[in-house]
Ligand binder design. Structure first.
Ligand code: NDP
Ligand SMILES: N[C@@H](CC=O)C(=O)O
Length: 396
């Protein structure tokens, strides 16, 4: 019998309770064990919940109960979530989480702590919501050297772009829709300013390259400055705007990782990824491109990934875990400034070298451009003295 405790009964935690109990018979069969929900911990009260009898307020009840084998952490952040995770692992309980902030910053140490206490630490739901990505990357692609990871990794940002383009609604209104659907972080700044994508890119890179890439090493630009005018210029040159996390392995062993919105051509498979969907292109030296696609956020898709990890933890405690990755290598990270590409530029007035884009109903004097390929420092030099309204990297 495997007893589960859920920490944090929000969007994901309540979904985990629903899936665990709703699909209970099948789940227990797949785990070769009866899996039972014993506790739910939350700061709030949920008297009307069907799980009301499971609620506790004090984590030590869970920590000290020898019958609890698996703890699901769906609180988020690096405060109480870190404290409870460490205490659960030290008590020999396996921990399953959707908390990418915690994994991206403390994942290496928590994997080591789990191994020291014969427990496992699993976090499939921390990247790509319901998309199976971490285990396939770590196991099914293990024979490859990973050359590049490039993905739409934030459901909220992608939902916002889709609503802006398809419904013509402004950014703030589209963000409200993402929040109403339970896609956004508690503080949605992490979604729209790119940190959430950055954290997921760090987790993917740490697994792919075998050493801990830290969020502070990844230059990150979000989507808050993107307007309907930029979307119109993207449309005018048969491109879509998408927020991408990219990590490129270079021949000298260094990695160039960054998060930025991109103008991507309609031929790129990522261009057609809309709404809350995420997609991750992984290029292996043997496989070439492999694409992972599915719902990147939301209650039940994310709960699906969490519960799959609960089953993995129940089935094969000693084999389910990721190998702790190596410590960070500060000298192995190179700046995206070195990466040449074409750029979309929107100017308040004047001209710029490259192809001029035309939209109907644009503001007087304003113009959009696709420049020749160059690095960001070269672009900044070219634009010196001009009134620049937007700059977005192009990826064809
Ligand atoms: N929503 C999604 O689609 C996805 C979310 N994630 C990640 O999963 C995690 C949870 O996200 P989500 O469910 O959306 O977040 P929610 O804010 O909906 O849920 C978190 C819950 O934990 C409660 N909580 C806060 N502090 C404590 C504490 N100290 N002890 C017990 N409970 C506490 C919160 O209460 P209160 O509200 O009162 O603060 C809330 O009920 C985050 O790390 C998020 O990034 C990952 C993939 C998808
Ligand atoms: N806020 C996140 C939730 C899933 O990780 C997102 O929108 O992708």
């Amino acid at each position: 019998m495997v007893n589960v405790a859920i920490l944090g009964f929000g969007v994901v935690g309540s979904g985990v309770a629903e899936v665990l109990t709703g699909n209970g018979a099948g789940i227990s069969k797949k785990a070769d064990e009866l899996i039972s929900l014993k506790y739910v911990l939350d700061v709030r009260d949920f008297p009307d919940s069907p799980f009301a009898a499971c609620f506790v307020k004090d984590f030590s009840v869970i920590e000290q109960d020898p019958e609890v084998n698996v703890v699901v952490e769906t609180i988020g952040g690096v405060g109480a979530a870190l404290d409870f995770t460490e205490r659960a692992l030290k008590a020999g309980k396996s921990v399953v989480t959707s908390n990418k902030e915690l994994v991206a910053t403390h994942g290496r140490r928590l994997l080591e702590l789990a191994a020291e206490h014969q427990a496992v630490y699993l976090f499939e739901a921390s990247v790509g919501g319901g998309i199976p990505i971490l285990r396939p990357l770590s196991e099914c692609m293990a024979a490859n050297d990973i050359l590049e990871i490039c993905g739409i990794l934030n459901g909220t940002a992608n939902y916002i772009f889709t609503r802006m383009v398809q419904d013509g609604i402004p950014f703030a209104q589209a963000l409200k829709g993402a929040q109403a659907n339970g896609y956004a972080e508690q503080n949605p700044a992490a979604d729209v300013e790119g940190q959430d994508t950055c954290r997921k890119l760090c987790i993917l890179s740490s697994i792919a390259f075998g050493w801990h890439l830290l969020p502070e090493q990844v230059p990150t630009t979000g989507i808050t400055s993107i307007t309907l005018a930029d979307e119109a210029y993207a449309d005018a040159c048969q491109r879509r705007i998408k927020l991408l996390g990219r990590a490129i392995a270079r021949e000298d062993g260094t990695v160039c990782a960054y998060v930025e919105p991109h103008f991507i051509s309609l031929q790129n498979p990522l261009a057609g990824v809309d709404d809350v969907f995420n997609a991750i292109l992984v290029k292996g030296d043997a496989t070439g491109d492999v694409m992972f696609y599915g719902r990147g956020a939301g209650k039940l898709p994310t709960a699906s990934a969490v519960v799959a990890d609960v089953i993995a933890a129940a089935r094969q405690l000693e084999r389910a875990s990721y190998r702790p990755w190596q410590p960070n290598r500060p000298s192995s990270v190179v700046s995206s400034d070195q990466l040449a590409s074409q750029w979309y530029v929107r100017l308040a007035e004047g001209t710029c070298s490259g192809e001029r884009l035309t939209i109907s109903g644009g503001k007087e004097g304003e113009s959009g451009w696709i420049t020749p390929a160059m690095t960001r420092p070269q672009l900044d030099q070219m634009l010196e003295g001009k009134q620049v309204l937007a700059v977005i990297r192009v990826l064809d």
